[in-house]
Ligand binder design. Structure first.
Ligand code: DC
Length: 222
C-alpha cells in the first residue's frame, strides 16, 4: 500500500471546510477527521465536570483523567467520552460554543489532542480539518488548504443551521491566542468560499490535488 497521505483543511468557523472535507474524504476513500469536535469534547467534559473553563490550573490537573477515545464509524473518526459517543447536538450546544475557544487556548489541551491527531496516520489516508492542521499538526504535508469566507457569510451559515454561534468572537479568540493561532499555513492553497456551491468548492480542491499528483475520483452526489 502506498504511504498514507494527509490533506489538511484549515479556516475560520463556518467557512464550509467541514462539508468540503467530508465529501472529499468520501471520494478519496480517506478518513474524515473533524478536530474541532475533539476540542469541543474536552470542553463538554470540562463543563460536565463542573470546571470553570477559565481556570487553567484546574483544567490542567483534570486533563490526564479524561477518558477520550476515537473510534471510526462510516469513514469518520468519532469522539467517545467514557464509552459514550458524543452527538453533534451535544458538541455544538450554545454552552460549548461559548467556552470552546477558551479551552482550546490551553497549551496542555492542545498538546494532548495534537498527539492523538498525529497518531491517526496509522489508520490510513486522512482528510483532517481544523485551525492548525497545516501549520502545526502536519506542516510537512504537501496537500494543504485554507478555506475562507467573509464574517457575514459565515454568520449567515450558522444561523441557517439554527445555531447561535458568535463566530466573530470565536475567530478573534482563535486568531489571537498565543499557542497555534489560526493562520494561513505556509504553502497552503487558499479557497475563497464566499460564492461557491459545495460541489464547486470540492472541485476546486480536487483540481489542485490532481495537480499535486493525487488521483481524485469524480463523484456524482456530494
Ligand atoms: O471547527 P469548530 O468551529 O468546530 O472548532 C471549535 C473550536 O475549537 C474553535 O473555536 C477553535 C478550536 N479548534 C482549535 O483550536 N484547533 C483546531 N485544530 C480545531 C478547532
Amino acid at each position: 500500500m502506498p504511504e498514507s497521505f494527509v490533506i489538511t483543511m484549515d479556516g475560520p468557523a463556518a467557512s464550509g471546510k467541514s462539508s468540503i472535507a467530508r465529501v472529499l474524504a468520501r471520494r478519496l476513500g480517506a478518513l474524515y477527521v473533524n478536530t474541532g469536535n475533539m476540542y469541543r469534547a474536552v470542553t463538554l467534559a470540562a463543563l460536565e465536570a463542573g470546571l470553570d473553563p477559565a481556570d487553567k490550573p484546574a483544567l490542567r490537573a483534570w486533563l490526564p483523567s479524561l477518558p477520550l477515545r476515537y473510534p471510526i464509524h462510516e469513514g469518520q473518526v468519532q469522539v467517545e467520552l467514557g464509552g459514550r459517543v458524543l452527538s453533534s447536538e451535544e458538541l455544538n450546544s450554545d454552552a460549548v460554543n461559548g467556552a470552546v475557544s477558551l479551552v482550546a487556548s490551553e497549551p496542555a489541551v492542545r498538546e494532548q489532542l495534537v498527539t492523538a491527531q498525529r497518531g491517526m496516520t496509522a489508520l490510513g489516508h486522512l482528510v483532517m480539518e481544523g485551525r492548525d492542521i497545516g501549520s502545526v499538526v502536519f506542516p510537512q504535508s504537501p496537500h494543504k488548504f485554507y478555506i475562507d469566507a467573509s464574517a457575514e457569510v459565515r454568520a449567515q451559515r450558522r444561523r441557517a443551521q439554527g445555531q447561535d454561534d458568535q463566530v466573530g468572537r470565536r475567530d478573534q479568540l482563535d486568531s489571537t491566542r498565543k499557542t497555534s493561532p489560526l493562520v494561513v499555513p505556509e504553502g497552503a492553497s487558499v479557497i475563497d468560499n464566499n460564492h461557491l456551491t459545495l460541489e464547486q468548492a470540492v472541485q476546486a480542491v480536487a483540481q489542485l490535488l490532481r495537480a499535486q499528483g493525487l488521483s481524485v475520483p469524480e463523484g456524482d452526489n456530494p
